[in-house]
Design a binder for this molecule. Structure first.
Ligand SMILES: *Cc1c(COP(=O)(O)O)cnc(C)c1O
Length: 426
């Protein structure tokens, strides 16, 4: 495979950008080698600077659920852009976007648009603190909620991939207000809540985890957290930045039939442009400025180009619910194909999947939390990653990330992926 242009760009990039990348998860630090530079993408395919093509299982870490350069989104952006790219004043489209989100997402009375998932989660926690008058939050080991200070404690995604134990720059005061528990361990959370009675503002969780590989909640876990939050008057925050509009039109709340008090969105909600949002019950959301005193703002929040991209994509998802059963079928086919090969070759493995999110851990135990996810053969994953890349298949460059399927994948693409697995010398 010729990657000459990518190599040249990466050496130039390192002269001007820290580590040559604008987000650490794009570097190939854990899998080894250098990142590829992408030039364009269409449907299920990425094209790099050397003209190689890849079947994409990252899909911009989620947003490209209907494939790259999806025509309705591209056309809507083109049409909108001539009317100016920002106003700093309210627009009709923001009202329509809020109404569309409310028509899809359960338990959202009010919604505020921001520009990233980080901003959404950070603002939701500030709101929960302002609303309850309490300081502490509980998060789960291996869950990632963006890079705001309060979340950089035992976090997943790039922090797990790079094995960063404590993040310099996060003050002890901030870190001490973030309590952590293992995912799927209700008893540990109940213990924290008892030890810190009356002090917990919020529990924030990925209802289906995507940032330590894909991990599913065990039966009763989220229900137990919901009950605990009700009893202790803790704000229950679903971080649906990955799962929102991906697992169902109403995200994990709809899929798992559990109500959150606040919910955060990102990724799919912007159709590939920088968008996030947080919303929820009116009783809580009305504390946000200018209705209340919990301050939150953004010069480019609700930006018209970002809004038209997100609005067009969400509208498409709302009006074509069969997309979700198609994605489920594609996910199931890929999962079945990989299982058959791994079982035939007697390779210990664990595949976790819900709909179009899945991951593969090389281990012989169930993967239910960060510890069990970490206890896998990462070296084997890294070898597989490079084999697939050379065969034109682009997985996330880390064993700690979920794969994202897009509905642009054809059955031929999935077959090609399964065949590339078949040819790997385990
Ligand atoms: C990606 C992600 C975030 C952060 O979103 P950004 O847009 O990268 O700031 C937060 N929570 C979850 C669950 C995510 O996957």
């Amino acid at each position: 495979m010729n990657i000459h242009n990518s190599e040249l760009l990466f050496s130039r990039a390192q002269q001007s950008i820290p580590g040559g990348v604008n987000s650490p998860v794009r570097a190939f630090k854990s899998v080894g080698g250098n990142p590829l530079f992408m030039k364009s993408a269409k449907g299920a395919y990425l094209f790099d600077e050397d003209g190689n093509s890849y079947i994409d299982y990252i899909n911009s870490w989620g947003p490209m659920i209907l494939g790259h350069a999806f025509e309705p989104v591209v056309n809507a952006i083109k049409e909108k852009v001539a009317n100016s790219t920002s106003f700093g004043a309210p627009t009709r489209l923001e009202v329509e976007m809020a109404e569309l989100i409310k028509s899809m997402a359960p338990n959202v009375d009010l919604i505020r648009m921001v520009s990233s998932g980080t901003e959404a989660c950070m603002s939701a926690v500030r709101l929960a603190r302002g609303y309850t008058g309490r300081n502490k939050i509980i998060k789960f080991e291996g869950c990632y909620h963006g890079h705001a200070d309060c979340f950089l404690v035992k976090a997943g995604s790039g922090i797990a991939t790079l094995n960063i134990q404590t993040v310099p720059g996060v003050t002890a005061g901030v870190a001490n207000d973030t309590l952590t528990a293992p995912y799927n361990n209700l008893t540990a959370v109940e213990k924290l809540a008892a030890e810190n009675k009356g002090q917990i503002a919020a529990i924030i969780i990925e209802p289906i985890v995507g940032n330590m590989g894909c991990i599913l909640p065990q039966p009763g876990f989220l229900e137990g957290l919901r009950k605990l939050c009700d009893e202790e008057k803790i704000v229950f925050i679903f971080d649906e930045v990955m799962t929102g509009f991906r697992l169902a039109p109403g995200g994990a709340q709809e899929k798992l039939k559990i109500n959150a008090d606040l919910v955060t969105y990102g990724k799919v909600i912007g159709g590939g442009l920088p968008v996030g949002a947080f919303g929820g019950k009116k009783e809580i959301m009305q504390h946000i400025a200018p209705l209340g005193n919990v301050y939150q703002a953004g010069t480019l929040s609700g930006n018209p180009i970002a809004m038209i991209a997100g609005f067009t994509l969400l509208n498409e998802l709302k009006n074509n619910p069969s997309i979700y059963s198609e994605l489920e079928k594609k996910g199931a086919t890929l999962e079945k194909g990989l299982r058959e090969i791994l079982e035939y070759k007697k390779i210990p493995h664990q595949i976790n999947r819900m709909g179009s999110m899945m991951s593969l851990h090389f281990c012989d135990h169930e993967v239910v939390d960060f510890e069990s996810a970490s206890n896998a053969d990462i070296a084997l994953f890294n070898k597989l990653f490079h084999h697939l890349l050379e065969n034109g298949i682009y997985l996330p460059p880390s064993g700690y990330e979920s794969w994202f399927l897009s509905n642009a994948l054809s059955s031929g693409d999935i077959e090609k992926t399964i065949n590339a697995f078949k040819n790997f010398a385990f």
